[in-house]
Design a protein around this ligand. Structure first.
Ligand code: NAD
Ligand code: ZN
Length: 362
């Protein structure tokens, strides 16, 4: 299965399949061409579960250097970033070298930023191992965190290709399945009601995601297509790319307030989507049952309200959001399922909805 991503700055393929990792050597030959050295950047968890498989298919390409970083969000620091650069220099990487980002979105963001900045930019390849990475591996945003803010230091740097082998996803814990699946639901809600209905029919418990290969491949493909269509229209986020932030205005605030890593990104976004759906239904009178939606995602194991956090605390994060305009957070609402639009909403209204929905007294 192959998709093409066409951005203004670059055109590159995304391959998705079962055992597609077997063709990595060939794909490097066809899509990257000549290179001097390979560097795999991966995290501890992914390395212990899957590194051998990746290495075994890279044998004929000579020994790839491997740099293993801490798992999860903690790899997106200046310290780890610097370690990656030091390793690359010590290993003798040069302008003709290629980095393989092997892991979830965190590793992809880190390794992508290393590639974007090492010697003013070298090529890289994404081999994602999470469902969430169907979102992060496409679009070319790469970044690390600053102590004062997430993803504050980064670049736009598109990969040479993305290679998704769903066998790697079999080891994902339920909470990471949930995190990634929330973004798939987001992609459905902002683009296509039939995709949404497909998800609702086919995924009735969270492990269904890794039970049926065809379903998983279909979901990843559709999700990537939605993201790609938007990124193709708007690589640098001047307009429609903002629609990808559906559920994220409140979601980001919940994530930041809880502390990154406490609640997964997708789980926080899910709460944000419930909130944005409620406002959308109220505003546009769309025929969508929030009750059905909530009972579906509850069964999948999502938390549907923020744990004991006041609206005021979240508000502080929302106004600081990169997308806020004059202290008013900008929300993505749905005029209909599949039809997003940007709306600036004021504090009093948001607070009212928040209290109605999450029935907290504070
Ligand atoms: P992640 O890379 O932190 O992975 C989540 C956890 O799962 C980690 O602990 C990881 O070690 C583990 N893991 C990864 N693959 C596994 C596997 N196959 N089996 C078992 N465990 C595995 O995070 P993520 O959820 O994939 O992505 C979140 C990150 O992506 C955030 O840093 C976020 O900022 C970033 N992101 C970037 C973009 C973008 O456009 N660049 C978009 C969305 C999110
Ligand atoms: Zn997201």
């Amino acid at each position: 299965e192959k998709l093409q991503i066409l951005t203004e700055s670059k055109k590159y393929p995304v391959f998705i399949g079962e055992d597609s990792i077997q063709s990595i050597s060939e794909l490097l030959k066809d899509n990257v061409g000549a290179y001097s050295k390979l560097l795999i950047i991966t995290d501890e968890t992914v390395a212990s579960l899957h590194l051998e498989v990746l290495q075994s298919y890279l044998k004929e390409n000579g020994q790839a250097a491997v740099h293993i970083v801490p798992a999860g969000e903690s790899c997106k620091t200046f310290k780890v970033y610097e370690d990656c650069l030091s390793f690359a220099i010590q290993e003798g990487l040069d302008r003709k070298s290629v980095i393989i980002a092997f892991g979830g979105g965190a590793v992809g963001d880190l390794a992508g930023f290393v590639a974007a900045s090492f010697m003013r930019g070298i090529r890289f390849v994404q081999v994602p191992t999470t469902i969430l990475a169907h979102d992060s591996a496409v679009g070319g945003k790469v970044a690390i965190n600053h102590p004062l803010g997430k993803n504050m230091v980064g670049a736009f740097h598109q990969p040479e290709f993305v290679l998704y082998d769903i066998q790697f996803l079999q080891t994902l814990p339920a909470k990471e399945l949930r995190s990634g699946f929330a973004e798939a639901i987001k992609h459905a809600l902002i683009s296509d009601i039939s995709f949404y209905e497909y998800l609702k029919e086919n995924i009735t418990e969270i492990n269904d995601l890794i039970r049926n290969q065809d379903v998983l491949i279909y979901i990843l493909k559709k999700g990537i297509q939605v993201k790609a269509d938007i990124v193709e229209k708007d690589e640098k986020e001047a307009g429609v790319r903002a629609f990808l932030n559906f559920g994220h205005t409140l979601g980001h605030a919940i994530e930041a307030e809880a502390g990154y890593g406490t609640i997964t990104h997708g789980e926080a976004v899910m709460i944000g989507m419930v909130f944005a759906l409620k406002i959308s239904i109220e505003t546009y009178d769309i025929p969508f049952s929030l009750v059905d939606f909530i009972s579906w995602i509850r069964v999948l194991g999502y938390q549907i309200e923020p744990t004991q956090v006041s609206f005021e605390q979240l508000w502080q994060w929302m106004v600081r959001d990169k997308k806020a305009v004059q202290n008013n957070p900008v929300f993505v609402l749905l005029k209909e399922i599949g039809e997003p639009e940007l709306v600036k909403l004021d504090k009093t209204y948001l607070q009212k909805v928040y209290h109605e929905l999450f029935s907290l007294s504070n």
